[in-house]
Design a protein. Structure first.
Length: 177
């Protein structure tokens, strides 16, 4: 399934604060690929930050926009796509990503994510909750999807250069399978 994708894209997914956007941008630059952050695209399309989209319209509305965006994105190739953490927890979205590139899960322990998010004000899924409990709850809901992703990279060390190299190595090996 992995080596026979229709297009040569690289999807980065995982929990918030695992580094999808930061790492994805650098990986795209090193591969000379286009970088797409799906959250940023939706913010531009709706002229609202994600926090306001969630506050005004709710999570289901946001997820519908993610699902509608995916076919537009996978029309092209040679892209590094940082998905929202929940985008690929939809069976159809996950299948579309696998059919159009390599999917890599970025992960780190909940404690590391809590530390990274300690000053965040732009994470609507955490508003009004204990970050540790909420992150664990979100992870538990997504675990079955995340565990089904063969290629996984631990970002807990914070060593961006090592993480980028590991992702690029996985991707190049996948291209050559």
């Amino acid at each position: 399934m992995f080596a026979h994708a229709k297009k040569r894209n690289l999807f980065l997914t995982g929990m918030m604060a695992t580094g999808k956007s930061t790492i994805g941008e650098v990986v795209a630059r090193k591969l000379a690929y286009i970088f797409i952050d799906t959250d940023a695209v939706i913010e531009r399309q709706l002229s609202l930050p994600v926090t306001e989209i969630f506050a005004v319209h709710g999570e289901d509305f946001f997820r519908r926009h993610e699902t509608a965006l995916l076919p537009e994105i996978i029309n092209r190739e040679h892209q590094v796509i940082a998905t929202g953490g929940g985008m690929l927890t939809n069976h159809g979205n996950m299948a579309a990503a696998f059919a159009n590139g390599l999917v890599i899960l970025l992960h780190a322990p909940i404690g590391v994510l809590v530390t990274r998010l300690s000053n965040a004000t732009d994470r609507p899924l955490l508003n009004g909750f204990s970050p540790e409990e909420r992150l664990q709850e979100i992870y538990n809901r997504r675990a079955a999807f995340y565990e089904g992703i063969r290629h996984q990279v631990d970002t807990s060390s914070g060593d961006l250069e090592r993480t980028e190299e590991e992702i690029i190595t996985l991707y190049l090996e996948w291209l050559n399978e």
